[in-house]
Design a protein around this ligand. Structure first.
Ligand code: MN3
Length: 208
């Protein structure tokens, strides 16, 4: 079954002033659409067509000959969640209880999480993502960075929250000021309800 571009879960102007309608129009309608189209093109004839996006993505990641396909599938997966990791009037410390407790236990509390997550996003050289992930074996929360279209899932971890630090995600609104984008993103946009939903589902294990 061909991959398709999901609708944004809110109007294009919902996240302003922290993320503009212009950014979302380009990012969703052009960039994400391109990952979908290219992914459908490159997966044809690979034998991975019948798999779920997650399974096809992990298998493509493990096969160096499918690096081009992996880039598209990874970015398709990342962006499906990225739109849901944001909402109007999101962000801040209002975390659902169980998740808040886990962040305190594993990461030293919300303030430490916020500082480390932003630092990881700033420190990711070039294009990539900053993540709050859960190790699928130990269950422990971690803050990690990944390059390009990679994500925690291909490394045996469950993505709970991810921020796109490719320039296309912030250049229109913040120019080169990635730190300001990350701060605004954590403080005003994060959809903690969606993070909690993923946390409640528990660790993902995708066979390679
Ligand atoms: Mn992007």
């Amino acid at each position: 079954m061909a991959f398709t571009l999901p609708e944004l879960p809110y109007a294009y102007d919902s996240l302003a002033p922290y993320m503009s309608a212009e950014t979302l129009e380009y990012h969703h309608d052009k960039h994400h659409q391109a990952y979908v189209d290219k992914g459908n093109e490159l997966i044809a004839g690979t034998g991975l067509e019948g798999l779920s996006l997650e399974e096809a993505m992990v298998k493509a990641y493990k096969d160096p000959a499918k690096a081009g396909l992996f880039n598209q599938l990874g970015q398709h997966y990342n962006h499906i969640h990225f739109w849901n990791w944001m909402k109007r009037d999101g962000g801040g410390k209002a975390l659902p209880g169980a998740l808040d407790k886990k962040i305190t236990e594993d990461l030293g509390g919300f303030d430490a999480f916020r500082a480390d997550f932003i630092k990881k996003g700033i420190g990711q050289f070039g294009s990539g993502w900053a993540w709050l992930a859960q190790d699928s074996a130990s269950g422990k929360l971690e803050i990690i960075g990944t390059p390009n279209g990679e994500n925690p899932l291909v490394n045996g971890k469950t993505p709970l929250l991810g921020c796109d630090v490719w320039e296309h995600s912030y250049y229109i609104d913040y120019r080169n000021a990635r730190p300001k984008y990350l701060e605004a993103w954590v403080d005003h946009l994060v959809n903690w309800d969606y993070v909690a939903e993923l946390f409640e589902k528990g660790p993902l294990k995708i066979a390679a």
